[in-house]
Design a protein around this ligand. Structure first.
Ligand code: TRP
Length: 463
């Protein structure tokens, strides 16, 4: 059977940008900025997106498109069966990320519904009550996973691409409306200043480390999501240009998100260092303060935006195990999708219960360095902070030292008018050979030593 494909380059770019733009941009990015000292974090984040992440994205697209298969099949098809473990690592990592990502997506959707009905859920107590209500969150998670699976089961063009083509423009419109509104609030200018005027004394090892992790996660790299999307990308399209477009869109949305969040936050004179709660605890307070009518409109619009952004990302995460089942196990797409969705949901149940519902999951482990973690945070630590940089590290080693840059460049050249060999391509080769393995290897090492062994390189070397 012919492999389903994105119908156009734009379709691929929107789908991949949809994968990239997610909770990471709108939920995580602003709170990382808040904790990392504002504009200085943004500055470093931008550098990492282009210097480090862009080359990895090119490599992932090229591998996927060359092999025309899911990450596990891809390494076999290229002729390197010894390296398929990177593919398996990716599939497992995708399943783990989605298992808790879907829970946070369900929070966003739940907030949307609640605010729509006039319950603002502002503050810590309301948030804690909300997330521990496992029946409600469970129902929303099923809905979210079901919606994701429904879209994927319809295939690449009719499912993933169509969803991206509808959702991505909507997303942009919603963000712009919210920004315009946020900028009219008193004190908005203070928020903007915090956000765009860097104070470089704020840069510490910790800030660099989080900016790196954030950039990598935000661009959906390191686990084969982009390899999988690349496998549906037409041979005559330009990889480099597409990767630039995807990176720009992702960075653009994250950057825009700050222009709505920080005016909101400064309007209420709230601390910017609210961490993960910045969105779910702090912003509803702002919406409530806007009064019942305006608050409902702006608040629900915001959480609808967050839910839509999450949806195009859950789609890409579920597509990886689905593609694996379709290509490797020869399971029909519809069946494969629902099998993957059910497995991921079941793996996510403990995460769902680890926010107050069940004591032993809420206080799941105490790690030597990281301290106490809930089950959900623990999975996040393993999948996002450990497996992703490891996957990216192995991938760049594979491309530059095993598959070799000649093959990479051959695949890249397919979509060009023959004018390959320009400086961007040259940079990609150099980055994949030196910069990416070095930075990603360092990130992996630091994460492991710091969290699991309590040996904090960051504080010692870089602070
Ligand atoms: N990039 C998405 C976000 O910012 C999350 C995501 C989707 C992801 N697919 C991924 C992260 C693959 C890592 C790998 O929210």
């Amino acid at each position: 059977m012919q492999r389903d494909r994105f119908s156009s380059r734009l379709g691929f770019i929107l789908a991949a940008a949809g994968s990239a733009v997610g909770l990471g941009n709108i939920w995580k990015f602003p709170f990382e900025v808040g904790q990392g000292g504002g504009a200085a974090f943004v500055f470093i984040y931008l550098i990492f997106c282009f210097v480090l992440c862009f080359p990895v994205m090119v490599a992932e697209i090229a591998i996927g498109r060359k092999a025309q298969l899911n990450p596990v099949g891809a390494f076999k098809a290229l002729g390197y069966s010894n390296w398929v473990f990177i593919g398996y690592l990716g599939v497992i990592c995708g399943v783990l990320i989605l298992s808790f990502y879907n829970v946070v997506a369900a929070w966003a959707f739940g907030y949307f519904i609640d605010i729509l009905f006039g319950h603002f859920l502002s503050g810590e107590i309301a948030f804690n009550e909300f997330v521990s209500d496992y029946i409600k969150i469970g129902a929303y998670s099923i809905l979210f996973m079901g919606g994701t699976a429904f879209i994927i089961s319809r295939g690449i063009t009719e499912g993933i691409e169509k969803a991206a083509k509808i959702i991505m423009p909507l997303l942009l419109i919603m963000i712009l409306i919210l920004i315009i509104y946020a900028l009219t609030l008193p004190n908005a200018i203070e928020g903007i200043k915090f956000y765009i005027i860097p104070d470089f004394t704020q840069i510490t090892g910790k800030v660099i480390y989080s900016a790196l992790g954030q950039a990598f996660f935000s661009l959906s790299l390191g686990m084969g999501a982009i390899i999988t999307y690349g496998s549906y990308f037409s041979k005559d399209s330009n990889i480099i240009h597409s990767a630039i477009a995807i990176t720009l869109m992702d960075v653009g949305v994250a950057f825009l998100a700050g222009f709505m969040i920080f005016p909101f936050v400064f309007y209420q004179g709230i601390e910017t260092t609210g961490g993960a709660g910045l969105i779910f605890m702090t912003l509803p307070r702002v919406f409530e303060a806007l009064g019942p009518q305006l608050g409902i409109i702006i608040g629900s619009l915001f959480f609808l935006l967050l839910s839509f952004a999450a949806l195009t990302s859950t789609i890409s995460l579920l597509e990886v195990p689905t593609a694996y089942l379709v290509d490797e196990k020869k399971i029909p797409r519809k069946t494969a999708t629902w099998i993957a969705a059910i497995i991921v949901f079941i793996i996510g149940v403990p995460s769902l219960l680890s926010n107050g519902a069940i004591e032993s999951l809420t206080h799941f482990v105490t790690l030597k360095g990281a301290g106490e973690k809930s089950f959900m945070d623990f999975i996040g630590l393993i999948a996002n902070d450990t497996f992703l940089p490891l996957g990216g590290f192995l991938l760049s080693i594979f491309v530059s030292y095993v598959w070799k840059k000649e093959n990479l460049n051959k695949e890249i050249a397919l979509g060009t008018d023959g004018s390959s060999g320009n400086w961007v391509e040259g940079y990609v080769d150099i980055a994949l050979t030196y910069i990416c393995p070095l930075l990603l290897g360092a990130m992996f090492t630091i994460t492991v030593l710091d969290n699991f062994f309590g040996i904090s390189l960051l504080n010692r070397v870089l602070s």
